[in-house]
Design a protein. Structure first.
Length: 703
């Protein structure tokens, strides 16, 4: 009983979570209060949802709930990257709770006790329980397991009953959301007029010529743009330039790289280990005890590649020999000992295309065979095997060109293995092979090999020693101590020949600083402790010590020109280029004449089957306004006005228009529109409610 087993195995985790909750309850007012030292005397408010303040304590409780679920499902503690994901899930869960609870209450949606009982032990067991409680022999839901589990709760420990109560609450919350989504999705309806329009959009076809003049036809140097024009553009398009809290920083980096002394020490150690490996009586034991490699002793099966750092340094590999130490691309030193070299179980490599026949009648199998034979003939006539596999293959190998990798004879059914291993040349087998799974087209990519190796590996990572790290820290600390403000920061960096690196528009929630990973503490400093022009202390990152200065901090809202200058410059410059292009082609009576104004950059093409529902113009890209203009033309030969799209100017000529024919019944189009709308409803409602909730997120101050 998987669910019971998980509960019993993770009892300690449950106790830990409950203990954390008790600590928050008993001493949270002291530890996590707005005046607590834990939070640096700052407010413990992590955000607002629908006007309701979300405290640090409430947020942490939700994190612990989701962390507990993660541990129950995986049996391990989440990594730091996984914790970042868990924190985000907890925040989204709080939004859902706060936003939807009021909606459920207003609509009177509830899950009764009787309904909950039916969900967990009645006639309509929910999918989550059905998946957990299955009979291993049949793979089907086993009600007896569920009954036994529920009965065991009577004598279960308190933490187990608490876990089940939490699960029931999750089931009830999920059912409420399903009711709400269903209520809204089933309210979708498309009218006959909408169905008629959908039919028209899908079946009205135009034959058009289209001239495309890209913006780069006008050099950037030919367009002057002032800061006042850029600011005016931002002011008129505020919705395009919404930003969250951000900051511009500058920093200097003191790399923690291994010194020549560090490298010499590792080489010396590796030489000693290499000699010891050469004389070792038990290679595997020695390698396991002395290596930092993930697989210190391994068997290289026939067809599998030997380590690159071995083959790139040694031409003829012999059993019993020791090779190395070599410096690898991963900044490690490695030595290999070929413990043994022998003929193992032969393995070969092939690709196939499966045409499945399981469960089919004889007539259906005959049809499948005929189809397979026609594909085999296409391949014999030149069709690429991988392309054919991707198009016709009916198993998981299709997306990798039918490749089966290296395999032994016993790995496959006899019919397939016998034919494959009987081949004496690589290439296509010119007949179908039938197995219990269906018909196979087979291509042998590598003939059988039997050469097998056992290899012991001793590896040491080349890392900075404590002395090297201390030296880098002293330099960083000295720099920070002598830079009291941004001016001194820049002056000292110039004097010492240290490069100052810019990191602009850094989001308050970012965890990286340019290409520096795990720089969260630097970013938290910028938003919590720093003032503009102040200089930080020393931050230790993975491979460097960092000293930073805060240049500017931006509040949430409309971006400043400094934040979005490159994007705005392109937009305003293109607006001016559009006018220049329109002026240059004004008065020209044909698309050919217009093209001659920009002979090197403009392109003139024809699309004979452009649909009204299309949004992409072949050879141009996303161009909905231009397509709309094409269908707005009334007569053959009529030319549109120049249309501005994101990529340039487009002018169209209508050659012919084939209207959609009227049909007697538009119900199929109505159904499709209704289905499309209902599928989007849950997401759209979520986005709308979240927007109305006016969510404010201050978590960057805490994590």
């Amino acid at each position: 009983m998987a669910l019971i087993k998980k509960i019993r195995q993770k009892t300690g985790l449950a106790i830990g979570v409950i203990a954390v909750g008790l600590i928050f309850f008993l001493v949270g007012g002291d530890i996590l209060s707005p005046n607590s030292t834990l939070l640096g005397g700052a407010s413990n408010k992590v955000g607002e949802i629908a006007g309701e303040s979300i405290s640090y304590e409430e947020y942490v409780r939700k994190i612990e709930e989701i962390k507990f679920q993660f541990q129950q499902n995986t049996g391990r503690t989440p990594s730091e990257n996984e914790m970042n994901s868990i924190r985000e899930q907890a925040w989204q869960a709080l939004i859902v709770d706060k936003v939807f609870d009021s909606q459920f209450e207003e609509l009177g949606l509830t899950v009764s006790d009787a309904e909950l009982v039916d969900m967990v032990q009645g006639k309509n067991i929910i999918a989550e329980l059905r998946q957990q409680l299955t009979n291993p022999q049949t793979g089907e839901f086993d009600r007896n397991q569920l009954v036994a589990f529920l009965q065991s709760l009577e004598d279960a420990a308190p933490e187990q009953r608490a876990f089940w109560a939490q699960q029931e609450q999750l089931f009830a919350d999920a059912r409420l959301r399903v009711k709400y989504d269903n209520l809204l999705s089933t309210s979708e309806y498309a009218t006959k007029a909408e169905g008629r329009m959908e039919h028209k959009m899908s079946n009205t076809i135009a034959d058009v010529d289209h001239l495309f003049i890209p913006f780069y036809a006008i050099p950037d140097t030919a367009v002057s743009v002032s800061d006042s024009e850029l600011k005016d553009y931002i002011s008129k398009n505020k919705e395009k330039f919404k930003v969250s809290n951000a900051a511009d920083l500058a920093y200097v980096s003191f790399a923690i790289n291994p010194s020549s002394e560090d490298s010499a020490a590792v080489i010396s150690e590796m030489r000693e280990l290499t000699q010891a490996l050469r004389n070792a009586e038990n290679d595997s034991v020695f390698a396991i005890r002395n290596s930092e490699a993930q697989r210190p002793f391994q068997t290289i099966l026939p067809g599998d590649a030997l380590p690159t750092s071995l083959t790139s340094n040694v031409d003829n590999i012999e059993a019993g020999e020791v090779y190395g130490p070599f410096l690898t691309s991963r900044s490690t030193y490695v030595t290999y000992k070929i413990t043994s070299q022998f003929d193992g179980t032969p393995r070969m490599r092939a690709a196939h295309i499966l045409f499945g026949t399981q469960g089919l009648s004889e007539d259906a199998k005959a049809e499948v065979k005929q189809n397979a034979e026609s594909v085999l003939k296409e391949i014999q006539e030149g069709l690429n095997f991988a392309t054919a596999a991707a198009q016709y293959g009916q198993d998981g190998t299709a997306q990798r060109g039918g490749d089966l990798g290296w395999f032994a004879k016993e790995d496959f059914v006899d019919e397939f293995a016998d034919v494959s291993f009987a081949q004496r040349n690589t290439g296509l087998i010119n007949r179908l092979v039938e197995t219990e799974y269906g018909y196979h087209i087979i291509s042998v990519t590598d003939l059988p090999k039997s050469e097998t190796y056992k290899i012991a590996t001793v590896e040491r990572e080349l890392i900075a020693s404590d002395a090297t790290r201390n030296d880098a820290y002293r330099k960083a600390d000295f720099f920070a101590a002598n830079a009291g403000n941004a001016n001194e920061f820049n002056a000292n960096a110039e004097k010492e020949g240290i490069r100052v690196i810019q990191a602009n528009n850094v989001d308050a929630f970012s965890r990286n600083l340019n290409n520096l990973t795990n720089a969260r503490e630097v970013i938290r400093w910028a938003f919590n402790d720093a003032s503009e022009g102040s200089v930080s202390g020393v931050f230790e990152l993975d491979n460097a010590y960092i000293v930073a200065t805060l240049k500017t901090r931006y509040e949430e809202g409309t971006a400043t020109l400094d934040q979005v200058r490159p994007q705005v410059l392109i937009q305003v410059r293109n607006e001016k280029k559009a006018k220049m292009i329109k002026d240059k082609i004004a008065g020209k009576s044909s698309l050919e004449e217009m093209k001659n104004v920009f002979p090197d950059d403009a392109s003139l093409d024809n699309t004979p089957d452009l649909k009204l529902s299309a949004s992409v113009l072949p050879g141009v890209g996303f161009a909905p306004a231009a397509i709309g203009a094409a269908f707005g033309l009334k007569e053959s030969g009529q030319i549109s006005k120049p249309v501005q799209e994101d990529v340039g100017i487009i002018v169209l000529k209508l050659n012919s228009l084939t209207p959609a024919t009227e049909v007697g019944d538009y119900s199929s189009f109505q159904r499709q529109l209704t289905l499309n709308s209902s599928q989007r409803t849950a997401y759209m409602i979520m986005m709308a409610l979240e927007d109305l909730a006016n969510v404010k997120d201050y978590r960057y101050k805490f994590f």
